[in-house]
Write a protein that binds this ligand. Structure first.
Ligand code: PLP
Length: 241
């Protein structure tokens, strides 16, 4: 198997060539290394190869890992977040990709104020409308975004989606394209505290398509770290493909 360093280099190269082909600046695309299910010594390999942005999808796992790893790591929460767990991560993560309800946003706001931080969030949209996935429907998003945007202690940075499981990455393109369109529509609403700068989309199998369609964060796990040995837990139901 290739080393983690080599895997990351080849991903970065693909991001760069894809950006050049589609007239984008490669600096706009940030790689979130999805380290879920991998132990800290493996994460350190990626760190030593220069990676600083890591994504975890479970609160429990995230809070166990954070104190064992260097403080200059930027942690992203990418998985479903239960309201009663917000308090554990509010001052530990730099971006929450998976805000999927008004109630969750309200809890994040409350906890951010209490902790004296500003929570950067993305709103997760279930573009593909799969019942197994969380996220706002497009309609729900448009109904709720105003109310979320005025919550104190929160900054909406953009949108996130998880592509459906498909045979060919190309089939996910309309989903990514739609997320981009939606972010442009929302930008046009000129909501005071809403920035639509970030689009979190694309995983190991479909990230080049996502980059072509405007991704600013790609969330990549298995292509860096290798296959995960899943012990299916209660919270883990997304991203397993
Ligand atoms: C696991 C996961 C990923 C990474 O998946 P890979 O296919 O291993 O790259 C990305 N996003 C989310 C939300 C995940 O849960």
């Amino acid at each position: 198997m290739e080393s983690i360093r080599e895997n990351m280099q080849s991903i970065q190269q693909l991001i760069e060539t894809t950006c050049r082909k589609s007239g984008r600046n490669p600096g706009e695309v940030k790689l979130v290394a999805v380290s879920k299910n991998f132990p800290v010594n493996i994460i350190m390999e990626a760190y030593q190869a220069g990676q600083r942005m890591f994504g975890e999808n479970r609160v429990q796992e995230l809070i166990q890992k954070v104190p064992q790893l260097p403080p200059d790591i930027e942690w992203h929460l990418i998985g479903t977040l239960q309201r009663n767990k917000v308090k554990y991560i509010i001052d530990k993560v730099s971006l929450i990709h998976s805000v999927d309800s008004l109630a969750l946003a309200q809890e994040i706001s409350k906890r951010a104020l209490k902790a004296g931080v500003t929570a950067n969030i993305l709103l997760q949209v279930n573009i593909s409308q799969e019942t197994s996935k969380s996220g706002f429907s497009e309609e729900e998003l448009l109904q709720n975004i105003k109310e979320i945007s005025v919550l104190p202690g929160i900054k909406i940075k953009g949108l996130m989606t998880i592509g459906p499981l498909v045979a060919e990455a190309e089939e996910v393109r309309p989903i990514f394209r739609r997320l981009k369109e939606l972010s442009v529509e929302i930008d046009g609403m000129k909501l005071p505290q809403v920035e639509m700068k970030e689009l979190s989309m694309g995983m190991s199998d479909d990230f080049t398509v996502a980059v072509e369609e405007g991704a600013t964060f790609v969330r990549i796990g298995s292509r860096i770290f290798g296959p995960r040995n899943y012990e299916e837990g209660g919270e883990e139901h997304e991203g397993f493909r």
